[in-house]
Ligand binder design. Structure first.
Ligand code: SF4
Ligand code: SF4
Length: 281
């Protein structure tokens, strides 16, 4: 019938209007008191009727999976071994998967050797371009980039303030655990530790090395012997290392180690030949 929809809409509005007062009576006006508990009641799922949030004095709590712009996780200042260290290894995966391409990373270099190190020297995100999709956080293999809950990012200068640099992006691990305890816990279960995945790997390597060290003697002398390019033939074993080790009663080398040693010997021979040729020429 003509006008039914309109009547239904008005009835709904009237119900919300009445419910607001019913709710007020039920909580005895407690829900309008500006304390954390009462504000929680007002936001609860059982709340009926219409309420007005007095923003910015009051803020509605966001759900755990809410995502705004990304931030980078760094170790807490009180971490015993890695205080303030980046979780990001500057692998660049987030920058590759970012649909609008708003992430820019500069990989760090060791100041002494000049070799790349697994941490970002610079990290920028243009938050005006970021569309809050969360791909970067989903794809990061090191759990180093996460979506923040902080949505109050307005400023008068969008040219500089909206390009977040590494300093602005970095937030401690404890912050992530606080805003997303369930997700942080799930990630910890997958990693097997609350620590960075590299720390866990390092610990596992140390444990297996310790086990190897106690269960079987490793061929330390040969592995530790420094290469001598000038006289590789003298250093190279005349017979396969298995034979000498076995003869000495030690654990025989594996086939892989023997092949590796053979390759190393040949490489040293080639290097020596090259050096001799250059010296003679
Ligand atoms: S994917 Fe993760 S570890 Fe790799 S650069 Fe991005 S934030 Fe860093
Ligand atoms: S949330 Fe999406 S758009 Fe924003 S930086 Fe991450 S991948 Fe890019």
């Amino acid at each position: 019938m003509y006008g039914t929809g309109l009547a239904k809409g008005l009835a709904l509005t009237l119900r919300h209007f009445v419910d607001s007062f019913v709710d007020d009576i039920r909580y005895g006006m407690r829900k309008y008191h500006h304390s954390t508990d009462n504000f929680g009641i007002r936001q609860g799922t059982k709340t009926q009727g219409v309420i007005t949030v007095q923003y910015p004095d009051e803020k509605v709590a966001v759900p755990e999976r809410f995502r705004f712009v990304p931030f980078l996780i760094v170790e807490d200042d009180d971490h015993p071994t890695r205080a303030g260290k980046d979780w990001c290894t500057s692998c660049g995966i987030c920058a590759k998967v970012c649909p609008p391409q708003c992430i820019w990373i500069v990989r760090g270099n060791d100041p002494v050797t000049g070799r790349p190190v697994p941490e970002p020297e610079a990290f920028f995100i243009d938050i005006d371009i970021c569309m809050n999709c969360g791909y970067c956080a989903e794809y990061c293999p090191f759990d180093a980039i996460k979506m923040d809950h902080d949505y109050e990012l307005a400023s008068y200068d969008r040219t500089t303030h909206h390009i977040h640099d590494k300093e602005r992006l970095s937030k401690p691990n404890s912050y992530w655990r606080k805003i997303a305890p369930t997700r942080a816990y799930d990630e910890m279960m997958v990693r097997g530790t609350w620590e960075h995945i590299d720390v866990a790997k390092e610990a596992r390597r140390g444990q297996s090395a310790a086990r190897r060290g106690t269960s079987q003697p490793s061929p330390q002398p040969a592995a530790a012997a420094p290469p001598a390019p000038a006289a590789p033939e003298a250093e190279a074993p005349a017979s396969p290392p298995e034979a000498s080790s076995a003869a000495a009663g030690a654990t025989p080398w594996s086939e892989d180690e023997a092949k590796r040693e053979e390759r190393r010997r040949k490489a040293l021979e080639r290097k020596a030949r090259r050096a001799a040729k250059q010296g003679g020429g």
